[in-house]
Design a protein around this ligand. Structure first.
Ligand code: KG4
Ligand code: ZN
Length: 360
């Protein structure tokens, strides 16, 4: 995708509603965050132990306009500063995505602005183009990532590794054959009774804990950059069952003791970090990557960040701050800037694409 220079002040209002965050942001020049709002539904879904699609859709409808209004209120000039509207159109929950794209279409139509549709996974990668330190001017920000680069997207729905040779030029290197890594974190946390979302709670439980004798299997899938996490998850379930004995009830949260929970969380984290890091570093070396980008909700995990950085040396590893790793609209605005610069505008026939891929 060849990009043409857009004026540096080109400003996009971006919307993201693919899962359980209702988010809007205003991004200037593809890198500068003028405003960023995220209304999280975590509290609502927590009581069900996971995202309930119908509840998410309903909540997006209630929240989207107040979130957009609040976001625009932070931008000098408000609507008059906006040159285009971007929205996530997939992958994600169909009903949740619908709110985002219908709102974006209605606003773009009524305001006579161009519409740009963005792949959510592409958005996660482009979080690394943003100037995360809003206090500092763009001139003081780290330079944008260099191509070719390997991007590892790890979230609740995806574990995908791609090679980027240029903006929009994606080659799929590897993906999960079963559960996404974030999903595995969430499920194991649930089995142990830690709560939802599981990733941060597992990380906290594992902090400074030595897994001791507990060791979970690694699924190497030799001669492939693919991953598999269902075996690790099942092994963790078996360990909890063994520990709880007759007290284990599939329908109820296990509530294992804190010492065991810490050790199992540490063993789980060690196992998934090992397979993710080993394959990502091997791919980066094979394809001569100048950088590795770690993206998506699970990129918030400090053990994963540290181990990838250590093993990839001397290839630099880039990851956004935690608030830009989990779902947000700023990343959608960044990706939209480069898509629009490449002449990729969207027409009014835009529909949701719940199973959208980033590359085949
Ligand atoms: O990207 P994201 O916000 O939403 C999706 O597109 O899925 O990712 C959410 C996922 C959840 O599975 C959550 O448990 C996981 O990211 N996550 C973490 C951490 N923080 C969030 N996983 C491991 N360690 C963390 N610190
Ligand atoms: Zn995401």
């Amino acid at each position: 995708m060849s990009t043409q220079a857009l004026p540096p002040e080109w400003t996009i209002l971006a919307i993201e509603t693919s899962c359980d965050e209702t988010a809007a942001a205003v991004i200037r020049g593809g890198r500068e965050i003028l405003a960023n709002s995220v209304a999280s539904q975590i509290d609502i879904h927590q009581r069900y132990g996971g995202v309930v699609p119908e509840v998410a859709s309903r909540q997006h409808i209630l929240t989207i306009m107040p979130v957009i209004e609040q976001t625009l209120a932070e931008v000098p000039g408000g609507w008059s500063a906006i040159n285009a509207i971007a929205t996530t159109y997939g992958p994600g929950l169909a009903g949740a995505l619908l709110t985002g794209i219908n709102t974006a279409k209605a606003l773009a139509w009524t305001r006579g602005l161009p519409l740009v549709a963005v792949n959510h996974l592409e958005g996660h990668i482009y979080a690394s183009w943003l100037n995360a330190d809003r206090e500092k001017p763009l001139s003081a920000a780290p330079p944008p990532p260099e191509f070719p680069l390997v991007a590892l997207i790890v979230s609740g729905g995806h574990t995908t590794m791609v090679l980027l040779r240029d903006h929009g030029d994606y080659q799929l290197l590897g993906q999960t054959r079963d559960d996404a890594v974030g999903e595995a974190f969430d499920k194991v946390a649930r089995i142990m009774g830690l709560g939802y979302p599981g990733g941060p709670l597992m990380e906290r439980a594992a902090l400074n804990v030595n897994p001791g004798k507990l060791r979970l299997p690694r699924s190497w899938l030799r001669n492939s950059y693919d991953w598999s996490f269902s075996g690790i998850k099942t092994a963790a379930l078996n360990m909890v069952q063994e520990r709880m004995g007759a007290r284990f009830d599939q329908e109820k949260l296990a509530n294992v003791d804190a010492r065991f929970a810490g050790q199992l969380a540490a063993a789980f984290q060690e196992s998934v970090v090992d397979v993710l890091v080993t394959k990502t570093v091997a791919a980066a070396r094979e394809f001569g990557a100048k950088e590795i980008i770690l993206a998506g909700g699970v990129a918030a995990n400090k053990a994963l960040r540290a181990e990838l950085t250590r093993q990839a040396t001397p290839i630099p590893v880039r990851y956004p701050p935690i608030w830009l790793c989990t779902d947000n609209a700023a990343m959608i605005g960044a990706a939209a800037y480069y898509r629009y610069a490449a002449g990729l505008q969207t027409d009014w026939s835009l529909d949701v694409a719940p199973s959208l891929k980033i590359a085949m």
